[in-house]
Design a protein around this ligand. Structure first.
Ligand code: LMR
Ligand code: MN
Length: 415
């Protein structure tokens, strides 16, 4: 055993050395013992970490799972230690479904602890398997009908995956009623408010948004983005003269006819809006830049647009925004919604059929004009109506919020 341990320490970096080591000691008996499995998994884990090697990490995960199969042979303490590390590595590797057997084991060993069931739910949601999450949630809520974390997740699943809004509201309300405890999370307030807006229950939505803001989950009842830098100036509408982006706005305005032609010439590249924000009508968009990167080939289709946008790094390099054309058919209504972050401002350039089209940001409604820009903060609630005729086209250019520091612009994770 001593040699075994030494080998692990000495040869921790390579798999080849590992095999050599294993074959030198009494392989068969050790392989079968929990300790050997543990050491093997640990060795692979450390090697993977040192070499930042994902293949090796997958092997470590397999080795941990193999060890966990011994289940009965492991003490509660050991099972928890191994399970925690295994789940941590599974999440790091992003292979969320692999966590299922680990959680099933924990649920079997600790049947009175609801928190393992809730974590299994989260793993299924991370793996985009709302159907599996729903199964676990139903079982959890059968056993713990008042568990707030399970109720909140169930509300989220009912709303976002099954479009059962009434049931979603009931579950989320029960989860967040009074002291929400462990369910006191911004996203649950966000989804409850959003479900109420979808149902047209505006007063109730407003109550939830107020409560969410009081609890510090939202910047204010109407500014409900979830990825925020708190100190940034907050206002729904901006004057471009009060920002460093006046030159960009004037350059876009000066080229608006060419930009319009480029937006109209690329009609085959538009994609329908998929987030369910459109209450009626037709709304599609063509991305040119997303998260500070060009969609390959798009600038060749819109060269003037790109050349203007690229004069402003805060636009072309805005990792929390997009540059896109937005096309809306007459009769379209985009329901009240908020963007994901307060780190950007959104510039619109009116290009076609702007008559009788309206955009409300927070409390103030404005209109587009051909060849003119608007600037607003889309982390505030906003809503759009096309009550005119013909297809309305605008160019949308997101720019970094002017209060962000260069370091923040470099370091903020993209959205
Ligand atoms: C929005 O950001 O939701 C809208 O302003 C988009 C659009 O095309 O008007
Ligand atoms: Mn929007």
């Amino acid at each position: 055993m001593e040699c075994f341990v030494d080998c692990v320490i000495v040869f921790v970096l390579t798999e080849g050395a590992w095999s050599a080591c294993v074959s030198r000691v009494s392989v068969a008996s050790l392989e079968r013992s929990g300790r050997a499995k543990w050491l093997k998994a640990r060795a692979l884990d450390s090697s993977a970490e040192a070499a930042r090697d994902n293949r090796m990490l997958s092997k470590a995960i397999t080795a941990y799972l193999d060890l966990l199969k011994m289940n009965e042979g492991l003490s509660d303490e050991k099972l928890l230690e191994v399970a925690r590390r295994t789940i941590d590595r599974i999440n790091f590797r992003g292979v969320y479904l692999n966590a299922e057997p680990v959680y099933r084991l924990l649920i079997r060993r600790f049947p009175d602890d609801v928190h393992y069931r809730n974590n299994l739910t989260v793993s299924f949601l991370m793996a985009n398997r709302a159907d599996l999450a729903d199964e676990v949630l139903r079982e959890t809520l059968r056993l713990w009908p008042n568990d707030r974390v399970a109720l909140a997740h169930h509300g989220f699943v009912l709303k976002n995956h099954y479009n059962k809004l009434e049931e979603a509201v009931q579950a989320l309300k029960k989860a967040l009623d009074g002291d929400a405890g462990q369910a006191n999370e911004p996203r649950f307030y966000y989804h409850l408010g959003d479900a109420l807006l979808l149902l047209g229950r505006f007063d109730e939505a407003e109550e939830i948004h107020k409560r969410g803001a009081e609890l510090g989950h939202f910047l204010s009842p109407s500014q409900r983005s979830l990825y925020n830098v708190p100190r940034l100036r907050s206002k729904p509408w901006w004057r471009v003269e009060d920002t460093p982006y006046e030159k960009l706005a004037r350059a876009l305005e000066a080229s608006w006819r060419e930009i319009l032609k480029e937006g109209e010439a690329a009609k085959t590249l538009y994609e329908k809006e998929k987030e369910g924000l459109k209450e009626r009508g037709e709304w599609s968009q063509m991305d040119i830049m997303v998260r500070g990167r060009e969609i390959p080939g798009r600038c060749a289709r819109a060269p003037v647009t790109c050349s203007v946008v690229k004069t402003e790094m805060a636009a072309s390099g805005c990792k929390r925004g997009q540059v896109k054309f937005s096309m809306m058919a007459a009769g379209t209504h985009v329901r009240p919604h908020v963007g994901p972050t307060n780190c950007r401002l959104r510039m619109h350039l009116g290009l076609s059929n702007t008559k009788n089209t309206y955009i409300r940001v927070d409390k103030e409604v404005r209109q587009w004009q051909l060849g003119k820009t608007l600037l607003f903060d889309d982390s505030f609630e906003h809503e759009v109506w096309h009550n005119g005729t013909g297809t309305r086209l605008v160019l949308i250019v997101d720019v970094w919020h002017p209060d962000l520091t260069p370091a923040e612009k470099r370091q903020l994770p993209p959205i």
